[in-house]
Design a protein around this ligand. Structure first.
Ligand SMILES: O=P(O)(O)O[C@H]1O[C@H](CO)[C@@H](O)[C@H]1O
Ligand SMILES: O=c1cc[nH]c(=O)[nH]1
Length: 232
């Protein structure tokens, strides 16, 4: 057991899907996994282990934002021996070509968080996806006929920016979409020499102002889960 995860040793699989929303974790376990056991309920941040096509896989909510995600990723890696951390999250589009329900794989994650500048004494660190998981995800998506987009994303510290037009600067530099966790996830995975990948589904667009409902964000977005589960 760790501070935030009350699983016993061995109850968490080597590969873990990481949605921000703990209710999406429950939905993934209910909808996709067999032989499911719930291993975590601390703070309502639900975690489950089950099997997918006979392979053991876990799914753990992380909460929202880099600080919360760092807690779960750190404990999963250091206390439970997790080797593959695959985020399955929602994101807001920054580009008109990136449309609602599109899937974006984060090759790299920029941020406005100060955590890495503190960690690296004022210098920038560029956290990137695991090349191995990235390559596999591209292959799986091709096999399943699922279109994906891939590139740089923004992990923002705030959901409600003072000025929503701030996104245009990031968009000009080719950033595809915004979410709130990947920069931290890729950094902690690099530190501990394990694999991390973020697969995101566009839930809303800062360009067109369209958006999906919270229920859709919790219970749909099946294609990114299907890709993620094949990487486990
Ligand atoms: O859908 P999840 O995985 O929670 O991800 C996105 O949704 C939350 C904001 O609504 C943030 O956590 C953001 O990164
Ligand atoms: O606009 C959005 C959508 C999902 N997640 C975010 O952080 N921002």
């Amino acid at each position: 057991m760790s501070v935030h995860i009350n699983a016993k040793k061995g109850e968490v699989a080597e590969s873990v899907l990481l949605p921000g929303d703990p209710m999406r974790a429950k939905w993934i376990a209910d909808y996709f996994l067999e032989n499911v056991m719930q291993y975590n309920d601390v703070r309502g941040m639900l975690g489950y282990t089950g099997t997918y096509k006979g392979k053991r896989v876990s799914v753990q909510g992380t909460g929202m934002g880099i600080p919360s995600t760092l807690i779960y990723a750190h404990e999963l890696i250091n206390e439970f021996g997790v080797k593959n951390l695959i985020r399955v999250g929602s994101a807001g589009s920054y580009q008109k070509e990136v449309k609602i329900r599109d899937i974006v794989i984060a090759m790299a994650a920029s941020t406005n968080s100060g955590l890495n500048t503190i960690r690296f004494n004022g210098a920038d660190y560029a956290p990137t996806a695991s090349f191995d998981l990235f390559q596999k995800a591209i292959k799986v998506a091709e096999q399943k006929g699922i279109a994906i987009k891939a590139g740089n994303i923004l992990s923002s510290d705030e959901f409600y920016a003072d000025d929503f037009n701030d996104f245009k600067k990031w968009a000009d530099y080719g950033v595809l979409c915004v979410e709130m966790e990947t920069n931290g996830l890729y950094t902690v995975a690099a530190k501990h020499n394990v694999n991390a990948l973020s697969i995101l589904t566009i839930s809303d667009s800062l360009v067109t102002k369209e958006r999906t409902t919270s229920e859709e964000r919790e219970q749909t977005f099946k294609e990114m889960i299907e890709i993620a589960l094949e990487l486990a």
